[in-house]
Design a protein around this ligand. Structure first.
Ligand SMILES: Nc1ncnc2c1ncn2[C@@H]1O[C@H](COP(=O)(O)OP(=O)(O)OP(=O)(O)O)[C@@H](O)[C@H]1O
Ligand SMILES: [Mg+2]
Length: 253
């Protein structure tokens, strides 16, 4: 068995209908679970992260507007509901998966995030289990609840585990240029010259723009490249996990 850790994020844009509150794409969740199960013989150390999609963004937006603790808690409950669908689907396909809810292990102080889940993740991986993290709200020592995106968790996990491979799946083929073509490679220096928009739907964590920004930081600060690909398209998750060079997307390097 290879000790290298792979970090895979499946976006909320893939698992849910972002325009319809709390609507999961159950068929897609099953298909992706199958692809992971098929690929797992080749890849054992996998940290999985998923976005919150319509189980998190609209709820978190309400919290941002009201600042009420109840609304923050609704966001957490809702994100957990999607996480449960994902973990159950993986288990049904014979995978060993365990939910890791960020609110229970990540805190921040004045916005500076302190993750306290490394040891737990290490043990989960050592036990041959896939930890499944998700976009969530977390508690800040000074400011109450804050939003923690799945994309931020990807960067964290990749850094802590010096990931061998990082894949971020969303509902688009990669980062698109103004003319709608997929930009095949982005380096940190190029980041400023590309115009990237946010999300078409309610997205409290900055959509594609923030995603690319975070991933360019992962390259410049930690020398860990990543690939953005379309996880709504069949076989792409399998291709990522099995190192298939045919995987089409945007490489951040
Ligand atoms: N230049 C761009 N290239 C690609 N996608 C873009 C671009 N600008 C904006 N987008 C939008 O970003 C969306 C993907 O980001 P979004 O945050 O909605 O998905 P996600 O991260 O998978 O979802 P979640 O945040 O719930 O995990 C695409 O659906 C697309 O509409
Ligand atoms: Mg997003």
């Amino acid at each position: 068995m290879n000790d290298e850790v792979y970090v895979l994020k499946i976006g909320g844009s893939v698992l849910t209908e972002k325009g319809k509150e709390r609507t999961a794409r159950k068929g897609v969740i099953k298909r992706i679970s199958k692809e992971i199960a098929l690929a797992l013989t080749a890849r054992k150390n996998l940290i999985m992260v998923h976005g919150a999609g319509s189980y998190g963004h609209p709820q978190a937006k309400i919290y941002q507007e009201t600042g009420k603790v109840e609304d923050a808690l609704v966001t957490h409950e809702s994100a957990k509901e999607l996480n449960r669908l994902v973990v159950s689907s993986m288990m049904e396909l014979g995978l060993k998966a365990v939910p890791i809810h960020p609110l229970s292990g990540v805190v921040s102080k004045g916005g500076r995030i302190r993750y306290k889940i490394k040891e737990q993740l290490q043990l989960v991986l050592k036990a041959g289990i896939i930890p499944v993290l998700h976009g969530d709200i977390i508690l800040d020592e000074k400011e109450g609840f804050r939003i923690l995106s799945g994309d931020q968790l990807v960067v964290y996990a990749a850094r802590e585990f010096k990931a061998g491979k990082v894949g971020v799946g969303s509902d688009v083929d990669g980062v698109l240029s103004d003319t709608g073509e997929v930009i095949r490679k982005i380096t940190p220096v190029e980041m400023d010259t590309i115009s990237i928009k946010g999300s078409e739907h309610v997205d409290v964590t900055g959509g594609m723009k923030e995603k690319v920004y975070l991933l360019t930081k992962l390259v410049s600060e930690n020398n860990i490249p990543s690939i953005l690909f379309n996880a709504s398209k069949e076989s792409n998750v399998y291709k990522f996990l099995t190192d298939d060079r045919d995987l089409f997307g945007t490489v951040i390097l």
